[in-house]
Design a protein around this ligand. Sequence first.
Ligand code: OSB
Ligand code: MG
Length: 376
Amino acid sequence: MDIKKIESIACRLPLRQPFVTSYGQLNEKAFDIIRITAADGNVGFGELVAFEQPDYIEETLFSARQVICQQLLPLLTATPIDHPDQVSSLFSVVQGNAMAKSAVETAMWDLYAKQAGRSITDFYPTQRGKIAVGVSVGIQPATDRLLDQVGQYVAQGYKRIKLKIKPGLDREPLAAIRARFPEVLLMADANGAYVGHEEMLLALDDLGLVMVEQPLRVRDLTGHAALQKNMRTPLCLDEDIRCAEDIATVAALGSCRAINLKIPRVGGITEAQKIVTACADNGLTVWLGGMFESGVGRAMNLQFASQAPFQFPGDLSAADRYYYDDIVTQPAVMENGLITVPSGLGFGVTLDEEKLTRYGQAPHIIFEQKNSIPRA
Ligand code: OSB
Ligand code: MG
């Protein structure tokens, strides 16, 4: 694929409203765009989605930047690569650091598709042009505000509402949504907050929730299995799922019935595709989660979730649910309750240079091929 230059562009997009979870509050999203330029002039983009705080998972934006520069790029640029599937095996000597790996691996997929004159969706066995999506709602200070907000999302066409919960801020707001919007697919995400509060989860079992996501602490797979035995509501794992092997493990233990798959949390598209297959083999529902992606990561996610196995609406809202503005020229929009899957070359989106200057820093060159032909 002949890499000539790799740049990192540090960006910040302010959120329309703070996003509150069981573990903290987010006011703006910091992320990096990884831009890989090939000798033929094609350019691939990847998004580094890691947060500044290690509160969702252990990786941070800063640790990921370091791993990209010190470990991943030396591996990537030392070996000729003709297919992006090679990148994940090349990176397998580095333990963990999935978001760092994903930022680079997905940029290589975008580049590969552009060099081949194809959309990434052409490489997926099945695809749909438009998809139904859901929205993830943060913890709200008051239930009337929550209901107004959910009402707007339902009116806009969101098919599934996911509410962030924590012990004590769970049954009442969920029951209020259930009563006001009896038809909507409703679920809750605890981000591991119910350690020692299993009885509060059991109390949610009569609300008709489609699933409860990551109720217990990361790595408590037997705890999740014991809880699932006592609950009718399906459990879904997010933070706990890092690679394809985890799917066989949670299926064998009975820890959950569904998986929130995020491409960056598992190291990129190649591993994510293995997880889709493993979920089908093990009878687990798989749906696509999000990391407050900008237009680059969102386009990639929409394309990935356009595959037939993704029947459950993911955390893939339109750009305006998160941000006032985006850094791509074609931000994702919701129309008649559906989002159109980008179909242009690669991930199908182009960076808006003016927006990039407004929300991003000057590109930082993190690799440049030295000219091997000696100059006269
Ligand atoms: O737990 O799924 C999560 C956002 C940031 C970190 C973790 C999570 C989330 C979300 C929203 O729930 C995902 C999105 O809409 O992008
Ligand atoms: Mg989650």
